[in-house]
Design a protein around this ligand. Structure first.
Ligand SMILES: NC(=O)c1ccc[n+]([C@@H]2O[C@H](COP(=O)([O-])OP(=O)(O)OC[C@H]3O[C@@H](n4cnc5c(N)ncnc54)[C@H](OP(=O)(O)O)[C@@H]3O)[C@@H](O)[C@H]2O)c1
Length: 179
């Protein structure tokens, strides 16, 4: 069946910390994680909240269709977003429908995967809608964090795990599916 899967991809600390001051709490210290993110999402459609888009200097990630979720998408109709070739949607549900259309056009059946890339608010709204979770689990605490990933205990089935050590951090890639 030609049905794109919906995945979330996120890196978190031991307390599910994922953001601080509209940036990553660990900054740019995990290039292997960045590479994995790039490799997984390249060529696909990505969905993010407006704050995450702003945390990327409001520049779309290249070689991917970028969808930004905002409560007021009409506000952005005449803004920089369209000039930058970014789609703006008013809800996560609408973003997923739009993403499915894009994936079906861009990717062959069996390789269609939509990636929800954050941030905290958009993950909260996506928790019941996603099929899969690509987690980067960092074995460290980040006391300055102000955004946290929601409880993900519904994703119980581990399908992949790999350990990484880099720049003084020990972390793991853990891929989870609903059981
Ligand atoms: N660790 C990671 O892997 C990772 C990944 C991504 C982001 N981050 C971090 O996460 C933080 C950003 O997360 P965040 O939770 O503050 O923001 P966010 O989820 O990226 O975006 C929030 C925005 O989404 C829109 N929104 C919220 N609820 C909505 C709804 N019900 N319907 C439609 N749109 C809605 C609003 O935009 P409007 O105000 O325009 O309505 C809101 O300002 C940053 O620190 C970033 O660095 C971390």
């Amino acid at each position: 069946m030609n049905k794109p899967i919906v995945s979330m991809i996120v890196a978190v600390g031991e307390n599910r910390e994922m953001g601080a001051n509209n940036d990553l709490p660990w900054g740019r210290a995990l290039p292997t994680d960045m590479n994995r993110f790039r490799n997984k999402t390249r060529g696909h459609t990505i969905i993010m909240g407006k704050r995450t888009f702003e945390s990327m200097q409001s520049k779309p990630l290249p070689n991917r269709v970028n969808i930004v979720v905002s409560r007021n998408p009409s506000m952005h109709d005449i803004s920089i977003y369209h000039a930058k070739n970014v789609i703006v949607c008013g809800s996560v549900e609408e973003a997923i429908e739009e993403a499915k259309k894009n994936e079906k056009e861009a990717m062959p059946a069996g390789r269609q995967e939509i990636f929800i890339i954050g941030g905290g608010k958009i993950f909260e709204l996506s928790m019941l809608l996603a099929d899969k979770l690509y987690l980067t689990l960092i074995h460290a605490k980040f006391p300055d964090a102000d955004v946290f990933f929601p409880d993900y205990s519904e994703f119980k089935k581990e399908v992949y795990r790999e350990k990484v050590s880099e720049n003084g951090y020990n972390y793991e890639f853990v891929d989870l599916e609903r059981s």
